[in-house]
Ligand binder design. Structure first.
Ligand code: GBH
Length: 496
């Protein structure tokens, strides 16, 4: 009797998830499980071996108070020097793929293509070879927010010239790494730099241009993505046979009540948030969502502008941008509730006023260490269904999903998060017919969490940021994730 209790107790500890709520079916054998990072958040070596200055370097060096505890990414996890240790960790996990980003200014110190930094190229060549030797598929993002400073000095993403400069960079990296890299993502979460950088001024370039600059930022990025896609199509696809996409993030927006008004508001919000970037690329008709076009045009007119603050795509551009993805890459972490409200008064233009809805989180939802990240596992299933239905049943690859704490090796809450989110993903696949082919946990290791510095930890591995060695230590969640990758099963035993 005693033994049984003890056994059961250990059993529960080992399994370490509330099995009752988890689906006991298996993920398909060819499902991809991996982890993600981004260059500025892990590499360090900010000026090593000829690397140029990025907007993040400039930001943390000139306005250190803009990051919690004045942390910066000068050294970060020192992955520029310790990437082979990272590969060892990936091997331990049994990761099928590793999603990382290229630092544009490590490869092109000025941002322009006239000057290539060979040590930077070699760094990525070595990383990619080490991954391939170990059977880990590289999933490479070209832009995870670290714009070369010289391109900011000509206006950054509000300058349409960046379409061509990004295209030059894309062509170069396809030619350099495309024999090995078969999965490309042009941009990571463009909404984040466009909103936080061009509207809220909490990250570089620190502009307060809400309602105008953020719309131009998005406009340039969407066109730059499309151009890079076409370059791949025309110059590389035939010989390299890879695929290209863009990573767009969304939270799930759940109507706060059953009322038609709240439902309409929730739909409007996801169109203003996700559809803003996604519609032109993923929707069979292309272009911005009609609700954005109409509302912003109407408000701009009332505000006294001569035309809409939302830039227009020409009919040729709509055709050119539409369908520029080979699979759909989605980042998602959490859910918001949405309530209908009266339209904001005409006055100060902003994206929020243009949308005019109330979004909030339920105080009863479990928290992470990040104020915005509440644990709402059912939200991911609803979001997957929304994407499936709105964009014609695409192949969806989850490129980020994860949970923050404040550094625990016994990170049970992270285990529960991934288990419960994965369970809902599997239900979306098996019960709703959504075509999900991969899951990428954020993150391999604790890293520089932008405005929050090193205070919020997302890793399967802990990093000691006080030690010059940046010592990595495995967390309990790493072994849980390893087991999922091995067995394709979230619980102790799955039905076959
Ligand atoms: C992802 O963004 C990023 O791709 C990744 O780099 C990041 O580390 C990870 O999530 C975890 O955050 O504190 O007001 O600045 C997810 C969306 C956008 C959510 C920025 C947090 C910060 C809000 N994130 N947001 S604020």
């Amino acid at each position: 009797m005693r033994l049984t209790i003890l056994f059961n107790f250990c059993f529960v500890l080992l399994l370490s998830v509330n099995n009752g709520e988890l689906i006991n079916k298996k993920f398909p054998e060819d499902f991809f499980f991996g982890v993600a990072t981004a260059a500025y958040q892990i590499e360090g070596g900010w000026d090593a071996d000829g690397k140029g200055e990025s907007v993040w370097d400039r930001w943390v060096h000139t306005r250190p108070y803009m990051v919690l505890n004045q942390d910066n990414g000068d050294v970060a996890c020192d992955s520029y020097h310790k990437y082979l240790e990272d590969v060892e960790m990936l091997k331990h996990l049994g990761a099928n793929h590793y999603r990382f980003s290229l630092s544009w200014s490590r490869i092109l110190p000025t941002g322009y293509v006239n000057q290539v930094n060979q040590p930077g190229v070699d760094y990525y060549k070595n990383l990619i070879s080490a991954l391939k030797e170990n059977g880990i598929e590289p999933y490479v993002t070209l832009y995870h927010w670290d714009l070369p400073q010289p391109l900011q000095d000509i206006g950054g993403w509000t300058n349409p010239l960046l379409v061509d400069y990004f295209a030059d960079y894309a062509r170069l990296v396809f030619s350099l790494f495309g024999d090995e890299v078969k999965n490309w993502m042009t941009f990571n979460e463009p909404k984040q730099p466009c909103m936080n950088g061009y509207a809220y001024a909490i990250i570089p370039p620190g502009y307060v241009t809400n309602g105008i600059g953020n719309y131009w930022c998005a406009h340039t990025i969407i066109k730059a993505h499309a151009k890079a896609y076409h370059i791949y199509d025309e110059e590389f696809r035939a010989t390299q046979n890879g695929r290209v996409s863009i990573v767009i993030d969304s939270v799930w927006y759940e109507p706060a009540s059953d009322s038609d008004q709240d439902k309409e508001a929730a739909e409007r919000k996801i169109q203003f948030d996700y559809g803003w970037y996604a519609n032109a690329i993923y929707h069979p008709d292309g272009n911005y969502p009609q609700v954005m076009i109409d509302r912003i045009a109407e408000r701009s007119k009332k505000e006294g502008f001569s035309k809409s603050r939302l830039p227009e795509f020409t009919p040729e551009e709509i055709e050119y941008i539409k369908g520029t993805f080979d699979f759909l890459c989605l980042n998602t972490y959490t859910t918001n509730l949405v309530q209908w409200t009266e339209d904001a008064e005409i006055g100060f233009p902003s994206w929020e006023a243009d949308a005019s809805v109330v979004a909030y989180q339920d105080a009863s939802w479990n928290s992470s260490a990040s104020f915005w990240l509440k644990v709402v596992p059912w939200g991911i299933r609803k979001l997957l269904n929304w994407v499936d239905q709105n964009y014609d049943h695409p192949e969806i690859f989850i490129t980020e999903n994860g949970f923050s704490d404040t550094s625990e090796l016994d990170d049970q809450d992270r285990i529960n998060y991934h288990a419960e989110y994965l369970s809902n993903i599997l239900q979306a696949m098996l019960e709703d017919g959504v075509n999900v082919t991969g899951y990428t946990a954020w993150s391999l290791l604790d890293n520089f969490e932008w405005t929050m510095g090193y205070s919020q930890k997302f890793g399967f591995y802990q990093v000691d940021f006080d030690s010059p060695n940046r010592t990595r230590t495995i967390k309990k969640s790493a072994n849980y994730f390893k087991k999922i990758i091995e067995t394709k099963c979230l619980v102790d035993t799955c039905e076959d």
